[in-house]
Design a protein around this ligand. Sequence first.
Ligand code: NAI
Length: 384
Amino acid sequence: MEIGIIGAGTMGSGIAQVAAQNGHQVILVDSMENALSKSKSELQFSLKRLEEKGRITEQQSSEIQNNIIYSTEITSLRNSKLVIEAIIEKLEVKHQLLYELESVVSDNCIIASNTSSIPIASLGSILSNSKRIIGIHFFNPAPVMPLVEIIPSVQTSSVVLEKSIQILKDWGKVVVVCKDTPGFIVNRVARPFYGEALRIYEEGKADFSTIDWAITEFGGFKMGPFTLMDYIGNDINYSVTESIFEAFYFDPRFKPSFTQRRHVEAGFYGRKSGRGYYDYSEGAIEVFPSKDEVLGKAIFERILVMLINEAIDAVFMQVATPEDIDLAMTKGVNYPKGLLKWADEMGLEKILNKLDELFHEYGEDRYRPNPLLRKMVREKRSFF
Ligand code: NAI
């Protein structure tokens, strides 16, 4: 089966590699010739490294490279049975592209988008056969991260959904299905990891390095929130938070933080700009956390219950199943444990009490315990 990918940037190149590794003929299209040549040489480089590590043979490497055809012409996608677009995150540009694409491909071609924030329903609205639209959301880097979120919209047919799930499973991906709602699973459920950490800092309870220490030490996360935001880039992380806040009709749970905004405004993007919450310049003074165990545990617990409350809300609002939500957080963003499994282990009553305590203390809607949590405590139920 021939697979078309549009956009040879970070994501499109990675997705093309995944499809090519699985034996497909891949047509990778980009409007910019230099994006294609960059993509080609980066693939060569990363396959060379895999060869050196003994993960693939020289023959496999050349097969993968031979499976990809690079083109600036959208008409080269005429025989593709699945086309995944991964171009810039702008609705008008994606609409224009999808409109043109539909006139090129066959009637039974599935049209998918790798968008992180645009509703799939709105992308599908430009197609004359909108039953073929679907969200197929990979994580960066696509060849390494196992998770793929599949997002059927109100228009998507069940055949297109089933076929898409099968293809991604055949590619060895961990597939979760979620509703066409802002942030899908991962980008929604992960918000408190950043937001609550920023809030704790803003209240003067602890500095960046102490909060990072608390999360890694007591939660077993690979990175604390501030280290992670510096990796992702504060500009990107802030704009995701802002777009989710707006998309949720300004629900205070998702309110962005002034601290992060000021860091963005100052150009403190993180590693890529040499300065974020931490200083990455040569000779920078290293900062050390204050390793107060009581404070550290309290910080970790507050962030964790907020994450769990968000995961429970995703179940409550039928965004995805508890199994898929836990898979998404462990396979998409490497959480040490699924949040709902964690909830079961901690005890739902303890989580409810902690959230009630925060809610009474602050009187803010962001701390409201989810109704499903309250109900499950009343009925003495657990998730698994
Ligand atoms: P990128 O900026 O690295 O690449 C975009 C590519 O699309 C560029 O090479 C550009 O020349 C090309 N392009 C733009 N308009 C085009 C058009 N009309 N026709 C053909 N090619 C066109 O972007 P990136 O980061 O790969 O993101 C692509 C999509 O994937 C976006 O929708 C983004 O939201 C989504 N995404 C990004 C993730 C990330 O970590 N970067 C993760 C998951 C999803």
